[in-house]
Structures are given as structure tokens and as C-alpha cells.
Design a binder for this molecule. Structure first.
Ligand code: GRF
Length: 207
């Protein structure tokens, strides 16, 4: 796939619900790197007050931030999201700390075009509390996974994983910080490889 070269930067939407450090990293790479293949045209959030939304607004990026509870159901919320995604010509959805399961409306509109980053070595520790769960299980090593999104909870095809060591007695905060540092390197690398058609050659390096 040579989308990036053929049509300029590939339009992407980043979905976030939290602090948005991964979003920030992707915005920074886009600013700093001439050869970066993506353009964030939209940030979608289910939490209008979150820091990720503030970061996007500060950067002048279009934001769709609404509470799903203001809609009759998930499908109605996602139909509204989809309308804006289409308006913006979005080719890929990049989840970066988006704390909701993606429903059929978006999965069918973007088959194998939704990417997620998760703070564990999947299939170990899926779900919301991956870092806490890894510490509670007493593992010596956890990690970061980038995968395509399917209808399950953190179950789609894995594209890349990086290991992160866990020190004895480490706090959740310290481990999260270590994981974030890895995420901020790995996510841009995977997105670059994916959008420039170099995923298979890069994959060996991440294993
Ligand atoms: C990251 O740890 C990511 O793996 C998980 O949610 C967290 C988001 O962090 N899915 P941030 O909002 O990007 O700081």
C-alpha cells in the first residue's frame, strides 16, 4: 500500500478518553517529521472534559466530543461519529486510550482499519486495568501491544509488541510511566510502517 505517497498524508482520526499523551505524541511527530505519513484531521472523545480534548483544541484540530449517554444507544452515538469521520475523509481510526468498545457501526465502516494500543502483552491482561492486573499477578515482565480492532475486548490481530520489565515492588504509577515511554515510541513506528506498506519488514524488529 502506498497511500501516503499517492495522496499526501493519510487522514486519520484519533479516539481518546483520557490524558492523551499518545495523542500528543502523534501530534508532535506530525509537526516535526516531514516524512510522517498521517494527518490527524479529527479527535473523537466520549469525555468532553478530558485532557485529550483540550490538547486537540489547543492544536486547532477538529474535535467531536459527546457523551454516549446523551444518545438512545451505542449505534446512534456511532452513527453520529461516522458522519463526522466521513465528512473529514478519515481513512484510519487510531484508538489512543479510548475507553469504550467499538460497536458494529464503526467496525463495519472501517474493517481492519481501526488500530489500538494496549498496555500489556496481549492476550495477557486485556481490559481496563491491564497495568494494575499485571502487578497483582506478580509478573516480571509486561509490555505494550498494537493490534487491529475487532468486536472483542483487546482481541484483534496483533501487529507489534514490545516487552517492558517489571521491577520488584514497583508502583503502578512507575510501571505506567515506563509503559508510556514505550508506547510513545512504538505507536508512531507501527502507524508509519502500516501507512507506508512496510509493516511486514518492520515486524521482525518488534518481536
Ligand atoms: C495507554 O496506556 C494505552 O495503552 C491505553 O490507554 C492509555 C492511554 O494513555 N489504551 P494516554 O491517554 O495516551 O496518556
Amino acid at each position: 500500500m502506498v497511500e501516503a505517497e499517492a495522496r499526501g498524508r493519510v487522514p486519520i482520526a484519533v479516539f481518546a478518553s483520557g490524558t492523551g499523551t499518545n495523542l500528543q505524541r502523534l501530534m508532535d511527530v506530525e509537526q516535526e517529521d516531514q516524512a510522517w505519513p498521517a494527518q490527524i484531521r479529527l479527535v473523537v472523545s466520549d469525555k468532553p472534559d478530558c485532557l485529550a480534548v483540550a490538547r486537540a483544541q489547543r492544536a486547532g484540530i477538529r474535535v467531536f466530543a459527546r457523551q454516549p449517554r446523551d444518545y438512545p444507544d451505542k449505534a446512534a452515538f456511532e452513527r453520529d461519529v461516522l458522519e463526522v469521520l466521513r465528512e473529514c475523509g478519515i481513512a484510519w481510526i487510531i484508538l489512543a486510550g479510548y475507553m469504550r468498545i467499538i460497536g458494529p457501526t464503526l467496525l463495519e465502516a472501517y474493517p481492519n482499519r481501526i488500530l489500538n494500543i494496549h498496555p500489556s502483552l496481549l492476550p495477557a491482561f486485556p481490559g481496563r486495568h491491564a497495568v494494575r492486573d499485571a502487578l497483582a499477578a506478580g509478573v516480571r515482565e509486561t509490555g505494550v501491544t498494537v493490534h487491529l480492532v475487532d468486536e472483542g475486548i483487546d482481541t484483534g490481530p496483533i501487529l507489534a509488541q514490545t516487552r517492558v520489565p517489571v521491577d520488584p515492588g514497583m508502583t503502578e504509577e512507575a510501571l505506567l510511566e515506563r509503559i508510556h515511554r514505550v508506547e510513545h515510541e512504538l505507536y508512531p513506528q507501527v502507524i508509519r510502517a502500516l501507512l507506508t506498506g512496510r509493516l511486514s519488514e518492520k515486524r521482525r524488529e518488534w518481536d
